[in-house]
Design a protein around this ligand. Structure first.
Ligand SMILES: Cc1ncc(COP(=O)(O)O)c(C=O)c1O
Length: 388
């Protein structure tokens, strides 16, 4: 799949410069068709007929196998969820916390992690250690900051693979190996990495990896998965009890992590997830990563010299990715985002800490779109456009 072929499947690219995949990717028409066909077939079979139930199970197995294969995990170690948040909550609330246990996170994290962490602090007396990581850190600096905050009381390290505000990549493999030396498990929030960069469970070595389908993978909203390293299964108790807790049932044997399922999956949405994985696999995750990186490099190069424009994302290849955050002097971030969208058809998003507009450059974006964004930033910085 090349850029033009992929853009054909993304109607939004005809009208907008869509650079907000880090929030939600546009759903390709082939994924939409697969969802519709699956829902129609389910309705025709009867969702709760023997054939309808078998059909739904097959689709879920297909989606689970597809996502496991994309991140080099065994199928048995992967369970479908509806979002990254769900996976993070299954792990955080599934552990046996005691007052004074420490949960190590960092100060750039998304509320998907900070808010359950705060609840654990309030309800269970967990001590949340939030390491301060400068957004432009090199991996060695990040590694040092995290490892020097580990202690005998650390019960879990929980970090995003890529930080959502500034796009900083966290050296998860190195952090995991340092944490494991002290017997501490590692949970990774993969919302911004899955579908954007190569993610390999066997190589990273982490214990839990929560991901979503609606962002860089461009799957439907309401899709995701959680990886649980086999040796760590026993560390978690299900957050909700559902009938899949029963042992010995055929479905539980086939899908051991199904005991952590909170609610049922729609076969239509799961089929869309599987189709989006197929599309990413066809395009090639390495090609996606390479192009996202080369477009973001171009954007960084073009905006960095603009007077009044501040680049808030890392630039080195080890720390950077397809997320580029910038601010403009005199422009509040919200107003900048609204102006870019309403006046210029450029879709980005506001982020805070650091405050700015975040652009996501995906495989389907083009060099001329990057040029247009850079030219627009020049206009806003220098040509008398004012925040209203
Ligand atoms: C780092 C990070 N974690 C979690 C989330 C939430 O993802 P989801 O909506 O799939 O729970 C986001 C969404 O932007 C994110 O950027």
């Amino acid at each position: 799949m090349n850029v033009d072929q992929l853009r054909e499947l993304l109607p939004v690219t005809r009208d907008f410069i869509y650079m907000n995949t880090g929030w939600a990717g546009p759903t390709p028409t082939s994924v939409l068709s697969r969802i519709a066909e699956t829902l129609e077939k389910e309705a025709a079979l009867g969702p709760a007929s023997a054939r309808g139930v078998a059909f739904a199970h097959d689709i879920q197995d297909e989606a689970r196998a597809a996502v496991a294969s994309l991140v080099n995990a065994d199928e048995e170690d992967m369970t479908l969820t509806h979002s990254t948040r769900e996976g993070v909550n299954v792990v955080l609330y599934g552990m046996d916390w005691q007052p004074g246990d420490e949960l190590l996170i960092c100060d750039l994290e998304h509320p998907a992690l900070t808010s359950p962490a705060n609840v654990l602090a309030e309800r269970m007396g967990v001590k949340v250690i939030s390491v301060s990581i400068p957004p432009l850190s090199q991996p060695s600096e990040t590694l040092n900051l995290v490892t020097s905050a580990l202690s005998k009381r650390t019960k879990l390290v929980a970090l995003s693979h890529i930080q959502y505000t500034c796009g900083l990549r966290i050296p998860i493999k190195e952090i995991t190996s340092a944490a494991h030396e002290m017997g501490i498990p590692v949970l990774v929030d993969g919302a911004q990495s899955f579908g954007q960069v190569e993610v390999d469970m066997k190589d990273l070595g982490c214990d839990f990896y929560a991901l979503s389908g609606q962002k860089w993978l461009m799957g439907p909203v309401g899709t995701g998965a959680l990886y649980v390293r086999r040796e760590r299964r026993g560390m978690l108790e299900p957050l909700f009890s559902t009938n899949t807790l029963e042992t010995g049932r055929e479905s539980t044997q086939r899908r051991p992590l199904a005991r952590f399922a909170l609610v049922s999956q729609s076969p239509g949405i799961s089929a869309g997830f599987a189709e989006a994985v197929r599309l990413a696999t066809d395009t090639g995750i390495r090609q996606i990563e390479r192009r996202a990186m080369s477009l973001s490099n171009l954007l960084r190069e073009r905006v960095a010299p603009i007077d009044g424009c501040n680049l808030l994302s890392p630039t080195s290849p080890e720390s950077a990715c397809g997320l580029v955050t910038v601010s403009l002097d005199e422009w509040p971030a919200e107003e900048l985002v609204t102006t870019l969208q309403d006046r210029f058809g450029i879709v980005g998003r506001t982020v805070h800490g650091p405050d700015g507009v975040r652009f996501s450059t995906h495989f389907f974006n083009t060099e001329s779109e990057v040029d247009k964004v850079a030219e627009t930033m020049v206009k806003l910085a220098t040509e008398g456009y004012q925040p209203s």
